[in-house]
Write a protein that binds this ligand. Structure first.
Ligand code: ADP
Ligand code: MG
Length: 192
């Protein structure tokens, strides 16, 4: 039995890695969006879905997961998952300029790209994962310059040996100061 959550900033590779892990473990991939459709509303300004009732969303997710033995959840919405339903939370990380390239290729609005690249730089997903599951159940993975198989091997090894991983990357230290300043100016412009 394996109960995993795969999270990280959009574009880091959640869906790709979750699919590979599901094949290896013979687990069901659970897409949260389809479970919580009744409480999702499109926000045209932020160009994203927003949850209208978090308690109801948590209830719907818990009901669905209780019907499954082994599952892998692919989501950014870590806060909607009851900690008792997850054994390991995998947090995928990607070097911010490479993430910027991937998100730009998606033809996302520039402000949405900037917002997500900054979220990756400060490690929002990691902070939320640690906050929800505790450091002992988080496996942070630097996917930068690793192919899909290398990322999957890293994760399955950590799980097999029961070894969490936190504090793997520090993009604030690695990313050029000029790039950081530019991004924060762009965010200001987006918010104004
Ligand atoms: P997410 O679900 O986090 O938004 P995806 O799984 O859709 O991310 O991946 C985004 C893009 O990055 C896809 O084109 C995918 O093929 C590519 N990708 C994912 N993981 C890797 C990797 N380890 N190395 C290279 N490209 C990857
Ligand atoms: Mg995805």
């Amino acid at each position: 039995m394996v109960r995993l959550l795969v999270t990280g900033t959009p574009g880091v590779g959640k869906t790709t890695i979750a699919t590979g892990l599901a094949r290896i473990y013979g687990a069901t991939i659970v897409g949260l969006d389809e479970i919580i459709t009744p409480v999702l509303k499109w926000d045209p300004k932020l160009q994203t879905y927003h949850v209208t009732n978090e308690n109801e969303a948590r209830k719907l997710i818990t009901e669905r997961l209780k019907t499954l033995n082994s599952y892998i959840i692919d989501t950014v919405a870590v806060n909607l998952i009851d900690a008792s339903l997850i054994d390991w939370c995998v947090v995928l990380r990607l070097e911010p300029t490479q993430l910027m390239d991937r998100l730009t290729r998606r033809n996302w609005p520039h402000c949405k790209v900037v917002e997500n690249v900054l979220a990756e730089i400060v490690g929002s997903s990691l902070v939320m994962a640690i906050n929800t599951f505790g450091r002992d159940r988080v496996i942070e993975v630097d996917t930068t310059n690793k192919n899909v198989d290398e990322v999957i091997n890293y994760i399955t090894n950590r799980i097999a040996y029961g070894r969490p991983a936190v504090g793997i990357v520090d993009w604030l230290d690695d990313v050029d100061t000029d790039i950081l300043i530019n991004l924060s100016k762009e965010l200001d412009a987006c918010l104004s």
